[in-house]
Design a protein around this ligand. Structure first.
Ligand code: MHF
Ligand code: KIV
Ligand code: MG
Length: 274
């Protein structure tokens, strides 16, 4: 059954955690769908994790649309969320164009960073499901510095979250804030919160798929590696290289043969080829 926004809100109200992961390609989407992930998310983190960029701000709308299209082919029941890239929602009308392009490629909702109440209002008026994102905002913050550590930071964040909910945001992602603050915001809001590096008490969790599979050599405090992809893949590449060089791959089981009679004809014919 398709996981709608109503379904995600129900989860908050029933105290059931919401499971979200980033996803940037078809095959990964198929597996996440099979595992019952609630929200499959094409984030602008595709830039640093797949495209080899230094920052999220380099990602274009065309790049998000390209990855969204491949992910969409693997998604059936999960809620499909897409990030609005840097500088694609600077004005409400511009944001509406961006959001409509993402929805046209199969997104169920769109996410944007920071205090963008007027943008959220306009998209909400057009019936678009808009996710807000507060705390550390990679599109606007140059350096990672945990947000919301002081009373002043915390008050700004709580008031901001309430304002974005009021503007019509249907979900809120909280990134890199103290657990206590994420707990307060989660209890204050009627919309569900999804945390990344925001502790245990948000209504759901999101991780970057590369991090949780062990594809990112960078060790981050909030990440639990559920798989050692890099270790396993490196071993496999080494084994393949060695076996090709030693003529141990391919083996008999990997090859196909010609019929003996056809081969004879080829050999016969070759004699007449200069
Ligand atoms: N691979 C990857 N993983 C992520 O979690 C992630 C991205 N990319 N790109 C977009 C944002 C940026 N995020 C980040 C980026 C850096 C830290 C980080 O440096 N954390 C420090 C602690 C910082 C602090 O508490 O002051 C760490 O040691 O883990 C955390 C989340 C989360 N998102
Ligand atoms: C960190 C998450 C929430 C994100 O915005 C992304 O992966 O792009
Ligand atoms: Mg993002």
């Amino acid at each position: 059954m398709k996981k709608t926004m109503a379904h995600l809100h129900e989860k908050k109200n029933n105290g059931q955690k919401i499971v979200m992961l980033t996803c940037y390609d078809y095959r990964t989407a198929v597996l996440q769908e099979q595992a019952g992930v609630d929200v499959i998310f094409v984030g602008d983190s595709v830039g640093t994790n797949v495209l080899g960029y230094g920052r999220e701000t380099e990602v274009t709308l065309d790049e998000i649309l390209y990855h969204l299209k491949m992910v969409k082919r693997g998604v059936h029941d999960a809620y499909l969320l897409a990030d609005m890239p840097y500088r694609t929602y600077e004005e409400p009308e511009m944001a509406l164009m961006t959001a409509n392009k993402l929805l046209a490629q199969g997104a169920d909702g769109v996410k944007l960073e920071g205090m963008q109440a007027p943008v959220i209002e306009l998209l909400h008026e057009h019936g678009i499901e808009v996710w807000a994102h507060l705390g550390y905002n990679p599109q606007f913050h140059e350096n990672v510095a945990a947000q919301g550590k002081t009373f002043e930071d915390a008050a700004v964040l709580v008031e901001g979250a309430l304002e974005l909910q009021q503007a019509g945001a249907c979900m809120l992602v909280l990134e890199l804030i103290p657990e206590e603050l994420a707990d307060i915001v989660t209890k204050r809001l009627s919309i569900p919160t999804i945390g990344i590096a925001a502790g245990r008490h948000t209504d759901g969790q999101v991780l970057i798929v590369h991090d949780m599979l062990g594809m990112n050599p960078q060790k981050l405090r909030h990440v639990k590696p559920y798989f050692n992809f890099n270790e396993q893949a490196l071993q496999a590449f080494h084994a393949y290289a060695e076996e090709v060089r030693q003529c141990q791959f391919p083996e008999e089981m990997h090859v196909r043969h010609m019929k003996e009679s056809e081969l004879r004809r080829v050999e016969e014919w070759l004699r007449s080829v200069p």
